[in-house]
Design a protein around this ligand. Structure first.
Ligand SMILES: Nc1ncnc2c1ncn2[C@@H]1O[C@H](COP(=O)(O)OP(=O)(O)OP(=O)(O)O)[C@@H](O)[C@H]1O
Ligand SMILES: [Mg+2]
Length: 232
């Protein structure tokens, strides 16, 4: 198993937000995590990335216990992260944003791999522009590209379709399909847009109030069971 989250508890101060979360992502598969606003999806991803400390439980990646590892260590170990709201650097150019992704590249690549521009050709035409002038959808593509530059074994995306125009959602879906098809990258996708999620998922988890309440392998078949746990 590539990623194994076991019995994770996370609190903000006195408030317990994650309660005994178990979640697994096999190598090369796409796993979808769904659930309404505020149930703890982002909290789980931040805990996997080392931005939050669990009070209990473990995070294992590629056979190594990373529960207490610093975020940079996790990135170098091969976990790429596209945070909710994108968080690209608006004052840096597209090229500079992509170069930041190189820092986590385990092969110590010096140049952005060409495959990233095959996935997102638009970025190649905008290398000299500041990140902040890109549209929301373009920024999302940049954020995904920046994570891909590090050639992660696991790509984690937090609601990549949120507030994005439909044409770019389609493009992002195609890229995720290709990444999955390539067989050497796993994806953990947090998503509330059900059709997008169902189309891509090899397996799924649904969260409610900080706990996993549903888990299965055929999200399409389980669609009616999943729907009540989503906002829309
Ligand atoms: N820094 C923080 N300090 C205190 N409470 C927080 C903090 N961040 C999030 N929370 C609370 O923790 C709970 C889970 O938040 P989280 O952001 O993980 O939810 P989410 O499932 O990602 O929601 P969304 O779909 O809106 O992104 C919410 O009740 C939220 O208000
Ligand atoms: Mg969130």
């Amino acid at each position: 198993m590539l990623l194994q989250v076991h019995q994770l508890n996370v609190s903000y101060g006195e408030t317990a937000v994650l309660r005994g979360v178990d979640l697994e992502v096999p190598a090369g598969k796409l796993v979808c995590l769904m659930g309404r606003n505020g149930v703890g999806k982002t909290t789980l991803l931040k805990s996997i990335m080392g931005q939050l400390r669990p009070s209990q439980g473990t995070v294992r990646f590629n056979g190594v216990d990373l529960t207490h590892a610093r975020p940079e260590v996790r990135a170098r170990a091969g976990i790429g992260y596209v945070p909710q709201g994108r968080e690209i650097f608006p004052q840096l150019t597209v090229r500079e944003n992509l170069q930041i992704g190189l820092e986590a590249n385990p092969r110590r690549l010096r140049v952005v791999p060409e495959i990233v521009f095959e996935y997102f050709p638009m970025l190649k035409t905008m290398l000299g522009r500041k990140g902040g002038v890109l549209s929301g959808g373009q920024q999302q593509q940049l954020a995904i590209a920046r994570a891909l530059v590090a050639e992660p074994k696991l790509l984690i995306l937090d609601e990549p379709t949120e507030g994005i125009q439909p044409s770019i959602i389609t493009q992002i879906g195609e890229v995720l399909h290709e990444l999955k098809g390539s067989g050497n990258m796993a994806v953990l996708l947090v998503e509330q847009y059900l059709e997008f999620a169902l189309d891509l998922a090899d397996s799924y988890y649904v969260m409610e109030k900080g706990a996993i309440v549903l888990h299965g392998h055929s999200a399409q078949e389980d669609r009616e069971a999943i729907k009540p746990y989503l906002s829309f």
